[in-house]
Design a protein around this ligand. Structure first.
Ligand code: C5P
Length: 313
C-alpha cells in the first residue's frame, strides 16, 4: 500500500495476495479453519482514495460513501450469474463503520475505489481494500492508532486484513490473523490467470470439509525449506515446496480449475497452484522474461484473464 499524495484526499494502492503455501490444519468450533500459510503481496492493485467528511450540522456523524468502479470484465458465479463490482456488505464500509464506532469519531468519509483485483478469485482484494481504508481513515480522522490496534480491529473484518496491514510477505496462522512478517524477500515473477468462473471462499472451505480427511503434514518443514530456497535465490527449486490444501476442494466445485491446472502443467513454471480458495491460478517463474513468455503463451489459450506481475518486497 503506497501513499501517493499529501492532501485531504489521499490515494493508496491496495495489492492482491498469493499463498505460496496454504495448509489447513483443523476445523474450529467457530466454523473457521486453523491455517498455516505463507502469503505474499503482489503488484496487482486496487486504488482507493479517501477524503474525510465533517460531522453533519445537526450533530449526526458524517456519511460514509463508497463509490466503486470495476476495471475488468465481470466474473460469473457457479450459477452463471454476473457478480456485481461490490456487494452491500462491502468490506470497506464495514471497516470504516467499525473504526468509527470503536474510536467514537464523528467524521465520515468519501471513498473512491477502483477495482482491478478480480473478485471471488482467492486474491484477497476485498480484505486489501479494507486494510487500505483503515490506514487512510486512521490518518484522515487523526486517530493515531498503532499497527497492532489497527490489526486487531482489521481481524474483526476479515481473516486476511491484518496481513494486508503488515504490507510484506508473512507467515499467517490462526484463522490467518496472526501475522509473522518476513520483510526483504526478493520479488518473484508471477503469472496469474483468472478463469471466468468465480468461487466463494465459504463454499470452498465447506467442500474441503466434505473431502476425506488427509493428515496435514510437514507444514513447518515445507515452510522452512521454501524460505531457505527463496532466501538463497534458488527460485527454480521453490516449486517443490509450494502447496495449497484447498486446491482439491476447489477442483470439485469448478471444472475450470483442472483445465487451468493442466494448461499451467504443460509450461515450465517453477511451481503453480490455485490462488487461496480460487478461482484464480498462478505460476512462479524464474525471471521477468520467463514470466513474459509464459503469460504470452497462456493468453493464446483463452482460458481467462492473464496478469503478468511480481511480488512486493
Ligand atoms: O475471514 P473471512 O471473512 O475472509 O472468511 C470468509 C469465509 O472463509 C469464512 O466465512 C469461512 O467460511 C472461511 N474461512 C475459514 N477459515 C479461515 C478463513 C476463512 O473457514 N481461516
Amino acid at each position: 500500500m503506497y501513499l501517493r499524495k499529501a492532501e485531504s484526499r489521499r490515494t493508496v494502492e491496495a495489492p492482491a495476495k498469493l499463498n505460496l503455501i496454504l495448509e489447513v490444519l483443523s476445523r474450529r468450533d467457530d466454523g473457521y479453519h486453523e491455517l498455516e500459510t505463507l502469503m505474499v503481496p503482489v503488484r496487482l492493485y486496487d486504488s482507493l482514495s479517501l477524503e474525510p467528511v465533517p460531522p453533519r450540522k445537526d450533530g449526526r456523524p458524517g456519511p460514509i460513501l463508497v463509490h466503486v468502479r470495476g476495471a475488468y470484465p465481470p466474473a460469473l458465479n457457479r450459477d452463471g450469474e454476473e457478480l456485481p463490482p461490490s456487494g452491500e456488505d462491502n468490506l470497506v464500509v464495514r471497516a470504516l463503520e467499525l473504526l468509527r464506532r470503536q474510536s467514537g469519531c464523528q467524521h465520515g468519509a468519501r471513498v473512491d475505489l477502483v477495482k482491478r483485483i478480480p473478485l471471488a478469485a482467492g486474491l484477497g482484494g476485498g480484505s486489501s481494500d479494507a486494510a487500505a481504508a483503515l490506514r487512510l481513515a486512521n490518518r484522515a480522522w487523526g486517530l493515531g492508532y498503532d499497527g497492532a490496534r489497527l490489526a486487531a480491529l482489521g481481524a474483526e473484518i476479515g481473516s486476511d486484513v491484518p496481513f494486508f496491514l503488515s504490507r510484506c510477505a508473512a507467515i499467517c496462522r490462526g484463522r490467518g490473523e496472526r501475522v509473522e512478517s518476513l520483510p526483504g524477500l526478493r520479488p518473484l515473477h508471477i503469472v496469474i490467470l483468472r478463469p471466468r468462473c468465480a468461487l466463494s471462499t465459504r463454499d470452498v472451505y465447506r467442500a474441503h470439509d466434505d473431502l476425506p480427511s488427509v493428515t496435514a503434514g510437514h507444514g513447518a518443514d515445507r515452510l522452512g525449506a521454501l524460505l531457505r530456497t527463496w532466501r538463497h535465490g534458488n527460485v527454480a527449486e521453490m516449486g517443490q515446496w509450494m502447496s495449497n490444501r484447498l486446491q482439491a476442494a476447489a477442483t470439485t466445485l469448478s471444472p475450470w480449475i483442472e483445465q487451468v491446472r493442466a494448461a499451467f502443467a504443460r509450461l515450465d513454471f517453477v511451481g503453480h497452484q490455485l490462488a487461496g480458495s480460487g478461482s484464480a491460478y498462478f505460476g512462479v517463474c524464474r525471471h521477468a522474461q520467463h514470466a513474459q513468455r509464459l503469460a504470452t503463451i497462456l493468453r493464446t489459450r483463452q482460458l481467462g484473464l492473464v496478469y503478468l506481475t511480481r511480488s512486493c518486497r
